[in-house]
Design a protein around this ligand. Structure first.
Ligand SMILES: NC(=O)c1ccc[n+]([C@@H]2O[C@H](COP(=O)([O-])OP(=O)(O)OC[C@H]3O[C@@H](n4cnc5c(N)ncnc54)[C@H](O)[C@@H]3O)[C@@H](O)[C@H]2O)c1
Length: 260
């Protein structure tokens, strides 16, 4: 095989010079995605509410020869979002890719779910995704671009004791479709990548409610086990790249067969 025809080499720099914003990039899938995009040449804006973690991601990327800046953002706060996106555009240039990976969750009996807890999960996962899209879309309209929203198997199937989380992720799926329908003729692609179980710190937020039968959770455990976030980041990079250019409004499950 010649160098030029090796798919690993030819797909190795699909984002050269492209400015990408990744939320939740201080940890887990967001961090893996920021790292992957930077390794493929992107200039990455690493956004997270945990500013030290975001800085750690950016420093690691720069240490490996990539380009990244970190920014603190609370995706559930409209002012924080618009301020961060403005600053990114000013410092790094026009963003052409947005990956919404910031997310929170937890298992709870619905009758015990606090109103504040419900509001917080919806506020980060769904409203946060909307606010980031709203702030970045004007830049994408100015020459095109891609949004990748991170959903979940929980947005497609019923996940036990997860009313708020499942509702938020179901909302992310429909938000993806609605945005794609609205912007399909305007040079913007919107795709949702819906992972199943990944080994990340988020999973520690999902402790079983007291007294529930753990067997109830068997349906969200894939027979092929859990997936490293780096594998999902590879899928995000594919759909965000020009190789995914015919993917519009797609919901891409990466869940070890949970939703078949
Ligand atoms: N881990 C899983 O099993 C799993 C499965 C399906 C879907 N997901 C989804 O993948 C995405 C990434 O999750 P992860 O597993 O990498 O979790 P994680 O906890 O490792 O990372 C989430 C990041 O989001 C950040 N964040 C939280 N609230 C924020 C806010 N208000 N503003 C900005 N940043 C905020 C956190 O600080 C953290 O760095 C989430 O949307 C999650 O719902 C995860």
């Amino acid at each position: 095989m010649t160098e030029g025809s090796d798919p690993q080499l030819t797909s190795g720099a699909r984002f050269t010079g492209r400015v990408a914003i990744v939320t939740g990039a201080g940890s887990g899938l967001g961090r893996a995605t920021a790292t992957r995009l930077a390794a493929e040449g992107a200039v990455v804006a690493v956004l997270d509410i945990a500013d030290a973690a975001a800085e750690e991601t950016a420093t690691a990327i720069v240490g490996s020869g990539g380009r990244a800046n970190s920014y603190r953002v609370d995706v559930s706060d409209p002012d924080s979002v618009s301020g961060a996106v403005e600053l990114v555009a000013e410092e790094l240039g026009r963003p052409v890719l947005l990956v919404n990976s910031a997310g929170i969750g937890g298992f709870s009996r619905t009758e015990e779910q606090s109103f504040e807890g419900w509001q917080r999960i919806l506020g980060v996962n769904l409203t946060g995704t909307f606010l980031m899209c709203k702030a970045v879309i004007p830049h994408l309209l100015d020459g095109g671009g891609v949004i990748v929203n991170i959903g979940s198997n929980a947005g497609i199937m019923a996940q036990p004791y997860s009313a708020a989380y499942s509702a938020s992720k179901g909302g992310v799926i429909q938000l993806t479709r609605a945005l794609q329908d609205e912007y399909i003729r305007k040079g913007i692609r919107v795709v949702c990548v819906a992972p199943g179980s990944m080994d990340t710190p988020l999973q520690s937020q999902f402790t079983f409610p007291e007294g529930v039968n753990p067997k109830a959770f068997a349906k969200v455990m894939s027979p092929v086990g859990s997936n490293p976030p780096e594998n999902v980041a590879g899928v995000v990079a594919f759909v965000a790249s020009d190789e995914g250019s015919y993917m519009h409004g797609a919901i891409v499950s990466v869940d070890g067969g949970l939703t078949i």
